[in-house]
Design a protein around this ligand. Structure first.
Ligand SMILES: Cc1cc2nc3c(=O)[nH]c(=O)nc-3n(C[C@H](O)[C@H](O)[C@H](O)COP(=O)(O)OP(=O)(O)OC[C@H]3O[C@@H](n4cnc5c(N)ncnc54)[C@H](O)[C@@H]3O)c2cc1C
Length: 306
C-alpha cells in the first residue's frame, strides 16, 4: 500500500495553508468518507491521496445568532448538536434528529452532509427551504452562496480546491411562518436512508391570502428539489381545492424519482394535500402533524418516523 500523509491542523489558518499547497481529502466526521474508502474486513481504509482531518478547528464549531438575527452554524457541528440546539430553525432540527442512529449523529457534520451532495441527504431539504447560505473560506478570503446553488447535482458541489466550508447561515426560522411541516419516510426508525422527505412552511397575509409558501423534497431527483414557480402558484391566492391540485400537479412535474416513482409521487402528493388542507383549518399548533397514510396501497408499508 502506498504511504499517504495525514494532516491534523489546529487552526483555520493552518488548514487553509495546507489546502493552498497540497491536494488533500478533507475529513470531518468521516461517516461518508470511511464508508466510501472502506477496505477488506480488518484492513484500514484506503485513501488514494493525503487526508486532512479538520475536527480540531474551533473556528468551524458552535451555533449562534448573528447581528442580523440569522442562525450561524459552524460546519463541524454534528447532527446531535444541531438537533439539541434551541436556536436552530425547527425544520433543520427535525432533519438532524432523524439522521442515522445515535452514534452516527455524534460524528456526522453539517458541512459533510452538504459537501456529500447526496439527493437523499437530510439536511439540504430544510436548508433549501429556509434560503440558507454556505460560507466558503480560502487564503484569498471568503464567499457566500445559497446552499441550493452550491450543490450543483448528484455528488457535485461548487467548492474550489483551496476552499473549506466554514459556516452555514440561515436567515429564516419557524417564527417566520404560521404553519410548518417536515416528514421523513424511511423503512425503519433508525439508520433509515430517506425514501422521500418533504418540508413545507406557510404564512398567511390578511383575508386568508397566502403571503409565503415553501416546499422542498429530498430523494426526488439528482438533488433536493425546491421550485419557486410552484410556490408562486399559491402565493397571493387563497388555499382552495383547485389551488392545492395545481400545486400538486406542478410539483409532480418537478420531481423525478428514478426508483419507486409511484410510491414517491403519491406520498409527496398526500403530504402536500394534508399540509395545505390543515393550514386552511387554522389549527392552534404551528406544527402540522403527520399521519401514516402517505404510502401507496399495494406497496410495502414503510415505518413512519413520527
Ligand atoms: C450508517 C450510516 C447512516 C447514515 N444515515 C444518514 C441519514 O439518515 N441521513 C443523511 O443525510 N446521511 C446519512 N448518512 C451519511 C453521512 O453520515 C452524512 O452525510 C454526514 O453528515 C457526513 O458528514 P461527515 O462529517 O461524516 O462527512 P465526511 O465523511 O467527513 O465528509 C463527507 C464529504 O464532505 C467533505 N467535507 C466535510 N467537511 C467539509 C468542509 N468543512 N469543507 C469542505 N468539504 C468538507 C469531505 O471532503 C467529503 O467529501 C449515513 C451514513 C452512515 C455510515
Amino acid at each position: 500500500m502506498e504511504k499517504i500523509d495525514c494532516y491534523i491542523p489546529e487552526t483555520l489558518q493552518e488548514a487553509l495553508e495546507i489546502l493552498h499547497r497540497e491536494d488533500v481529502i478533507i475529513l470531518a466526521g468521516g461517516s461518508d468518507l470511511m464508508v466510501f474508502h472502506k477496505n477488506e474486513p480488518s484492513l484500514i481504509p484506503e485513501f488514494e491521496k493525503s487526508v486532512m482531518i479538520i475536527r480540531n478547528l474551533n473556528e468551524l464549531k458552535g451555533i449562534r445568532i448573528n447581528s442580523n438575527g440569522e442562525c450561524e452554524i459552524g460546519a463541524l457541528c454534528t447532527s446531535n448538536e444541531i438537533a439539541e440546539s434551541t436556536i436552530v430553525p425547527w425544520h433543520l432540527r427535525q432533519a438532524a434528529s432523524r439522521m442515522g442512529a445515535v452514534g452516527l449523529r455524534n460524528s456526522a457534520t453539517i458541512g459533510g452532509n452538504i459537501a456529500n451532495a447526496s439527493p437523499k441527504g437530510d439536511m439540504p431539504g430544510p436548508l433549501y427551504l429556509l434560503d440558507a447560505r454556505v460560507k466558503l473560506t480560502s487564503l484569498n478570503g471568503s464567499r457566500e452562496m445559497l446552499v441550493s446553488d452550491f450543490i450543483i447535482k448528484f455528488k457535485s458541489i461548487d467548492l474550489k480546491k483551496d476552499e473549506l466550508i466554514t459556516k452555514i447561515i440561515i436567515p429564516y426560522s419557524e417564527r417566520d411562518f404560521d404553519y410548518i411541516f417536515w416528514h421523513k419516510v424511511g423503512t425503519r426508525k433508525s439508520n433509515a436512508i430517506s425514501k422521500i422527505t418533504v418540508g413545507m412552511a406557510l404564512k398567511f397575509a390578511e383575508d386568508e391570502i397566502v403571503k409565503d409558501f415553501r416546499l422542498s423534497a429530498t430523494s426526488t431527483g439528482a438533488k433536493t428539489n425546491r421550485n419557486r414557480d410552484v410556490e408562486n402558484l399559491l402565493i397571493g391566492s387563497k388555499i382552495t381545492e383547485e389551488n392545492i391540485s395545481r400545486v400538486i400537479e406542478a410539483f409532480d412535474q418537478v420531481i423525478s424519482p428514478r426508483a419507486m416513482p409511484v410510491f414517491r409521487r403519491e406520498s409527496t402528493k398526500r403530504m402536500i394535500r394534508r399540509f395545505l388542507s390543515q393550514c386552511l383549518l387554522h389549527p392552534e399548533s404551528r406544527v402540522i402533524d403527520t399521519y401514516d397514510s402517505y404510502y401507496v396501497p399495494g406497496s410495502p408499508k414503510p415505518v413512519f418516523n413520527i
